[in-house]
Design a protein around this ligand. Structure first.
Ligand SMILES: [Zn+2]
Ligand SMILES: [Zn+2]
Length: 158
């Protein structure tokens, strides 16, 4: 095993394959460094701020990581649809269905920090309809709902 792959988070074959496919479709190159950032985000499994991500990468690679480089990798991963940015909480996380382009709806838990990415074609249609009625031309229809996830709600009442 070469040293570089030894220093990336483990990434399930399924996600590796999907990531490669997505980049190939976009004519983008998924370099080992970009893949390492993606793997770290998948391994963590919850939304991360850029600084948390940098800290995890530094811990994994046992060296300093330039923030600018990580931001560039994040930009790349967002452009290819592998990663989403949550505007309201300024964090990033790996998309759960990177196999197709989509608008996103997120349920963000204020208590545990988990995010649930849902895809509702009904909601997308409704938003498009509302915009259309007003002659509004939307170019980004991301919905972020903040609150408490099912697990935390149950915990609260236990
Ligand atoms: Zn997604
Ligand atoms: Zn929660």
């Amino acid at each position: 095993m070469d040293r570089r792959s030894a220093r990336a988070a483990p990434l399930a074959a399924k996600w590796r394959k999907l990531a490669k496919q997505r980049c190939a479709e976009k004519g983008a190159r998924l370099t080992p460094a970009r893949m390492a950032v993606y793997a770290e985000m998948r391994a963590c499994g919850r939304p991360l701020s850029a600084y948390e991500l940098i800290a995890l990468l530094e811990q994994r690679q046992q060296r300093k990581v330039a923030p600018l480089t990580v931001y560039r990798h994040l930009d790349f991963l967002m452009r290819t649809g592998l990663v989403h940015r949550l505007q309201s909480v300024k964090t990033y996380f790996a998309c759960d269905h990177p196999d197709h382009a989509h608008e996103s709806q997120f349920l963000l838990c204020d208590s545990c920090g988990q995010v649930d990415e849902v895809e509702s074609s009904g909601l997308e249609t409704l938003l498009a309809q509302i915009a259309d009625e007003r002659g509004f031309r939307p170019d980004n229809a991301v919905v972020e709902v903040k609150g408490m996830c099912g697990t935390c709600v149950v915990g609260e009442h236990a």
